[in-house]
Each structure stands twice: as structure tokens, then as C-alpha cells.
Design a protein around this ligand. Structure first.
Ligand SMILES: [Zn+2]
Length: 628
């Protein structure tokens, strides 16, 4: 026993470091009440989780656990992880709502997977059974430790939301098996898909078991020496091309790189390894500056689902896997807790509003796997009972052959309230603005309560009312996004960063934050060749786009906009001045478009939030607009 948390958040939280600048709140300390995110959390609870479970049953992926020995497996090697991710979502959801039926479903699944666990703790339905490949015979694509990592995270969620957890017992046996097999005197291997690292550290935080943390350290230290077999995408795909400490930027498969980095932050925080923390923070900073879409999306290469080189960010060849967005939030959250730097909360906000909110259908039963910024042709609607075999964007689908993203969103939505605010030495800091109730305990034991009221991001007005205060001064800190110069706190202009009101509050006191959410032009880094000469429009934290759906003409390739006139808010949404050119038929070698084109008269082009696109049926869409 060595890893001991300082104060356990009430009701549990996915990441609970033993040290760091900020302390997370638990499900019992922060609640979303309607509004943009509360509504989505409710849809997740009432629709997405059941939808996900139904598909797992229909495809036989849950059945693998009871039929592993006598039934041919369906799906890819890593289907177990989809079961574990939805179990994690169920645990947070039941913990938040107290829903007994949800809990009963989860207990049923726990019984199923427990029955499939081997005597020595090994648990995976794709390897080691009759007619299957031997255990640990494919570190490249086998995903065995990856699946184990997701199991550990599900167990952490259940342990933190239940009085007793059989899932925690199963997870400890899995983790013990992993330590026995891959410990200092065991096999010196790593998994081709990181995830076990973050799972082991969090399990160490729950159980106090030093051995699990030590094993995570070993996995991090072993990576980067090209011990995985070479394959078509090279060692960077697995982040096995150079040691974590020596890398300067995130590279290779985006979800792998981000999951690894999240686990590395966990290791660095728990071991007090400042140099390691700084190394991964620098890699993330550079990836944000050079390899990230305006939306917060990561990954521009389809073939290997990978980061491109610096500034390779084509709008119509975006990959931006939904999982990479969720994983970027996981990493940014860990760095925020460790450092307290508000720019990480800015990243979370941008990615939530523009990747996560975009990916999921209004009914919570359809989703994007990839998130393009430019759709040139309308897609075909996908029937609600059919899985999709490719990841092309355009239309949200109920299921994909590889359906990693939906479970990732489900577990994030189920625990989303815990990302809204934190506690630190002096008081409470609010990172994300949503209708919410916060009741927590300061580090000195004093209890405080807050009610946050806002219709953000529609308007930028945020009211924070103190509902409970212990007497004596404490600090209420509010994030001012980097995009919000001119923001006002109780009428006074405040700089982007963190604005603090420190005083002896009385119940009923109110603090008013006004963020300027009006529309603004955003120009791309001039080194991104793919969108040079274009401009985007953002409104508050929301990226906007032009869209053509229904009987609207598909003429977005003809559009230019006039940046000398600012975009304006109207009753009908944001509009920008533009023109639709009538271009001559394309020829080759290319003709000069402008010489052969005539313009239709100026038009006011209506833009919609990017997260709303493709909700009126198949459509064409673009975020980056050519400047006229
Ligand atoms: Zn995914």
C-alpha cells in the first residue's frame, strides 16, 4: 500500500490523482441541470447506453463471455473493450441517477465476464480458448492489454460508485495477472495499443496497490525501443519509435498517442516525475499548435488513423476520429488537474462543443466515427438496423464494424458533470459553463454550494449564485476563455485566463460573468496549405459552417466570403456577406477560374453551428470558406 488519495470526491470521478494543482469533483458534488450538456447527458442515459447494449447483444459481443469456449467469435479482436466501455458508462450513470434497473444490468454483465475469467486472472475472449490463437501471440494487433485497460477503468467506475464491487475483484485479478506476466522479471513486452497504463494507475489510486503503479511505469519506460514487430505504418504508429521522454510531438495513430499520453501524465503525477510531465505537455502543445483542426479534432490521415506531419490539415480529408476527441479531453483534463493551467480547459471546451457534440445524433442512437470539416457530396442515409463498414463522414450511422467511438462518448457523457469544476487550496474553480448545481467541500473542510445559471453558448451570460457558504473568505474562480478578450466579471473587464472573486461570501451572493460570444472571423495558420486563402467563423466556443441540405442548392464550392465586413448575429443565425461564383466547367490543364466566372450578386450567407450539421438529412458542408 502506498498510493493514498488526499480527499476522495463524493460520488466518484474517473481520474483522482493523489496530488496536483486541482482536485476533481465527484458525481455527488456537481450536477448538470438541463441546458446544452444536461440535455445530452440525459439522452445518453435514456437512449445511448441501451442502444449500445442492444447492438452488443445483437452482434454477439456480450455473448462471447458466456460462449467463448463453444461458439465462433464474431467481430474484431478488441470487441471485449466495447463491453467494458459501456459497463463504465453504466456505472457512472447508475451512480449519478441511482437507477436500480441500470445497476441490475451492470451486475448481470459483471457476472458474465467474471465467469469467463481464467484461474490465473487472464480475461479475454479472443485468445487462448479452443481453436483460438495463444495468449499474447500478437502484441501488434491483439489488443489484449488494451482490453484489460478498459476493464480496469470500468472497475474503477464501479468501485467509486458502489459500496461493493465484484467487478473490482475481477479487475484486481486481471491486474495481478498482468503484473505477474509482464513485471520486472516477466516478459518485457508492450501492447500495440496503449490503454493499460492509465487503467493500472487509476486502479492503484482506488486500491492503494503500489504494484499496479509500478507496472504502469514499466510499460511507459519500455515503449519506444522498437520491440513491436515492424509493420506497414512503421513504429511511430504505436509510439514505439522513440522513448516517451525523447519525443517532441504526438505522432502515429492518434487514439494510441493520446491514450498513451494520458497514462504517461498519470504515471508522472503519481511518481512526482516533473520532467516526464513536462515532456508529455510539450508534445501535446506542439500537436495542438501544428497538428490539430480548428474543432479540436486530431488525426488527418485515414490510412493509419494518424496524425499527419506538421500543418497537414486538409479540411476535406479530415479523420478526426471521435475517439481521438474523447482521448484529447482525457489528456487535457489530466494536465489541467496537474498544472491548473486554464488553456487545457479551453481545449476541453473546444473539443466538447465541436467534436463530441457533433459526433452524436440528437436521438443518441447514431454517430460519426470520422468528423470531416468539408463534405462535398451528400451521403446516403444509413438504416437504423444496419452497421456501417467504412468510416466515411457525411451521415451518422447507428453502428460501425469498429464501434469504439460510441462507448467512448457514452462513458464521457455519463461522467460529464465531473469535468465542470474543481477545488483547490483557496476555493472553487469553474472550468465549463453549464446549468449546474455544485456542492462540495474545500480542502480545509468547509462546505460551499453554488448554482450556475446560463444558456451558454447561446449567450455569454453566466450567473453564479452562492447557495451555501461557511463564513470566512474563499475564492470563486472562473475561466475566461482565450477567445474572449473584453469579458466582464461583475462589470469589470477581465483578461483571458482565470478571474477570481475572493471574499467572505454570504448565501445569495451572485457573481456575473459576461463572455462576448458574438461571431468572429478566424484565420488559419498560413502554413496550413490546404486552407490558405480561407477563413472560418466562430461564435463563442462554437465553430460554424455553411451547409446545404434539403432543397438548398449544393453550391458551397462556388462560395466566397467578404472578410471586410464582420459576421453578424441575426434572428435567423449568423450571416456573412458572400458571393456564389458561376464557374466555367473545369478543364485540364487547369484554367484560371476567375477569368471564366461570373458572380451572382452579393448574398447574406447563413451559417449554422458545425455541431448541427447533417441533422436535416444528408447535406454538403464546409467550415473553411474561401475569401473573395
Ligand atoms: Zn473510435
Amino acid at each position: 500500500m502506498a498510493v493514498t488519495p488526499r480527499i476522495q470526491p463524493t460520488g466518484g470521478s474517473p481520474v483522482v490523482p493523489t496530488r496536483g494543482a486541482l482536485r476533481p469533483l465527484g458525481l455527488g458534488e456537481a450536477n448538470l441541470v438541463g441546458g446544452f450538456w444536461g440535455t445530452r447527458q440525459q439522452v445518453n442515459s435514456e437512449s445511448t447506453i441501451d442502444h449500445h447494449r442492444a447492438w452488443l447483444d445483437k452482434l454477439g459481443w456480450t455473448g462471447h463471455f458466456v460462449e467463448a469456449a463453444n461458439h465462433s467469435r464474431r467481430g474484431r479482436e478488441f470487441t471485449d473493450s466495447e463491453v467494458y466501455k459501456i459497463m463504465e458508462a453504466m456505472a457512472w450513470d447508475a451512480g449519478r441517477t441511482g437507477d436500480q434497473d441500470r445497476d441490475a444490468d451492470l451486475v448481470e454483465l459483471i457476472g458474465m465476464i467474471g465467469a469467463a475469467q481464467a484461474e490465473d486472472g487472464y480475461l479475454n475472449t479472443a485468445f487462448g480458448g479452443p481453436g483460438q490463437r495463444p495468449r499474447y501471440s500478437d502484441f501488434t494487433q491483439g489488443h489484449e492489454l488494451y482490453c484489460a485497460g478498459h476493464l480496469l477503468q470500468a472497475a474503477v467506475a464501479h468501485a467509486r460508485t458502489s459500496a461493493e464491487s465484484e467487478l473490482l475483484t475481477i479487475a484486481r485479478r486481471v491486474a495481478d495477472h498482468v503484473c505477474d506476466t509482464f513485471g520486472p522479471t516477466g516478459r518485457s513486452s508492450i501492447c500495440g495499443h496503449p490503454e493499460i497504463e492509465a487503467g493500472l494507475v487509476e486502479l492503484a489510486r482506488v486500491t492503494g496497490e503500489q504494484r499496479y503503479l509500478d507496472q504502469a511505469v514499466l510499460f511507459v519506460d519500455r515503449r519506444g525501443y522498437r520491440t513491436l514487430p515492424e509493420q506497414e505504418f512503421g513504429w511511430p504508429y504505436f509510439q514505439d519509435d522513440m522513448p516517451v521522454r525523447e519525443a517532441t510531438v504526438l505522432r502515429g495513430h492518434a487514439v494510441r498517442a493520446l491514450y498513451l499520453s494520458a497514462g504517461v501524465v498519470d504515471v508522472a503525477v503519481e511518481t512526482g516525475d516533473t520532467a516526464l510531465l513536462e515532456a508529455v505537455a510539450a508534445q501535446y502543445d506542439r500537436a495542438l499548435a501544428r497538428r490539430t483542426y480548428l474543432t479540436g479534432g486530431m488525426g488527418s490521415r485515414h490510412a493509419d488513423e494518424a496524425f499527419g506531419e506538421d500543418f497537414v490539415l486538409p479540411a476535406d480529408r479530415v479523420y478526426s476520429e471521435t475517439c481521438a476527441g474523447v482521448a484529447s479531453i482525457m489528456l487535457a483534463w489530466r494536465l489541467l488537474l496537474a498544472t491548473g493551467e486554464p488553456r487545457y480547459a479551453d481545449v476541453i471546451e473546444r473539443t466538447l462543443y465541436n467534436v463530441v457534440a457533433t459526433s452524436i445524433g440528437d436521438d443518441g442512437r447514431s454517430f460519426f466515427y470520422a468528423n470531416t470539416l468539408h463534405q462535398r457530396e451528400r451521403g446516403e442515409p444509413v438504416p437504423v438496423d444496419r452497421e456501417r463498414l467504412h468510416f466515411a463522414a457525411g451521415v451518422r450511422a447507428p453502428w460501425f464494424e469498429v464501434s469504439c467511438c460510441l462507448g467512448n462518448m457514452a462513458r464521457l457523457f455519463a461522467s460529464l458533470s465531473t469535468y465542470m469544476a474543481t477545488v483547490d487550496d483557496g476555493g472553487v474553480r469553474i472550468h465549463q459553463y453549464a446549468n449546474a448545481v455544485v456542492r462540495t467541500q474545500l480542502d480545509d473542510g468547509r462546505r460551499v454550494g453554488l448554482r450556475v445559471q446560463t444558456d451558454y453558448p447561446e449567450t455569454g451570460t453566466v450567473r453564479v449564485r452562492v447557495t451555501e457558504t461557511p463564513g470566512g473568505p474563499w475564492a470563486l474562480a472562473l475561466r475566461v476563455p482565450a477567445w474572449a478578450p473584453g469579458a466582464r466579471l461583475d462589470g469589470e473587464v477581465v483578461e483571458p485566463g482565470v478571474a477570481v472573486v475572493r471574499k467572505d461570501f454570504a448565501p445569495g451572493d451572485e457573481v456575473l460573468l459576461e463572455l462576448p460570444v458574438g461571431p468572429r472571423w478566424t484565420f488559419p495558420d498560413s502554413r496550413i496549405d490546404a486552407v490558405r486563402g480561407c477563413v472560418a467563423v466562430e461564435r463563442g466556443p462554437v465553430v460554424l459552417c455553411a451547409e446545404a441540405a434539403g432543397d438548398e442548392p449544393d453550391n458551397l464550392d462556388d462560395l466566397t466570403v467578404d472578410v471586410t465586413v464582420p459576421p453578424v448575429d441575426t434572428e435567423d443565425g449568423v450571416t456573412v456577406p458572400g458571393r456564389f461564383r458561376k464557374l466555367a466547367e473545369g478543364g485540364w490543364p487547369y484554367t484560371e477560374d476567375e477569368q471564366d466566372s461570373e458572380s451572382e450578386g452579393p448574398a447574406q450567407v447563413r451559417l449554422v453551428p458545425y455541431h448541427r450539421w447533417a441533422r436535416r438529412g444528408p447535406s454538403t458542408m464546409r467550415v473553411w470558406l474561401p475569401r473573395g
